[in-house]
Design a protein around this ligand. Structure first.
Ligand code: HEC
Length: 137
């Protein structure tokens, strides 16, 4: 029985592409890019100007992105998710300490020293297809 369930589960995983949720992205993920942590510059400070992974510039005076800008950020950030190997997603490894499972070097520094960091967990939940309605806050 257990084996059958496993087989069904893995077949489903192949068929159903994990779909990344826009509402979860907008309400939970985007604020992380604007948040200041420790001595680090904000993700937004660097990733809205010169990097391949490019967030939209905020409109003058705006504290966050409007819907159209958020859609563009969503598309750019989906590109930083490796659907074939979620754990290797650039979004999840660049700002995570190498000893915690991150990559070797990120010019923007290591913002999280553990996969238990709440912000990192939020990024990871989103990468795994968590929907806004399911999130517990
Ligand atoms: C001080 C500037 C700076 C900050 C702050 C910063 N980064 Fe970066 N990041 C870079 C640079 C520079 C690269 C390498 C760009 C390249 O490959 O030419 C990079 C690379 C990346 C990449 C790989 C894709 C790419 O553009 O090369 C990801 C994903 C990434 N950063 C995520 C983040 C996240 C998430 C944060 C916030 C937690 C963050 N970065 C904060 C400068 C920064």
């Amino acid at each position: 029985m257990r084996l059958v369930l496993l087989m069904i589960a893995s077949a489903a995983a192949v068929v159903a592409q994990p779909s990344l949720d826009f509402e979860f992205f907008k309400s939970r993920v985007q604020p992380i890019f604007l948040a200041k942590r420790g001595d680090h510059a904000r993700c937004y400070a660097c990733h809205s100007i010169g990097t391949p992974y490019r967030l939209q510039r905020l409109s003058p005076g705006a504290a966050t992105w409007n819907d159209e800008q958020s859609r563009k950020n969503f598309a750019a950030t989906v590109n930083m998710i490796n659907l074939g190997d979620l754990d290797a997603s650039p979004l999840l490894i660049y700002a995570l300490e190498e000893k915690a499972g991150g990559n070797h070097f990120h010019p923007g520094g290591k913002h999280w020293d553990s996969k238990n960091a709440p912000e990192w967990r939020t990024l990871n939940e989103w990468a795994h297809g968590q929907k806004a309605a399911e999130s517990s806050h």
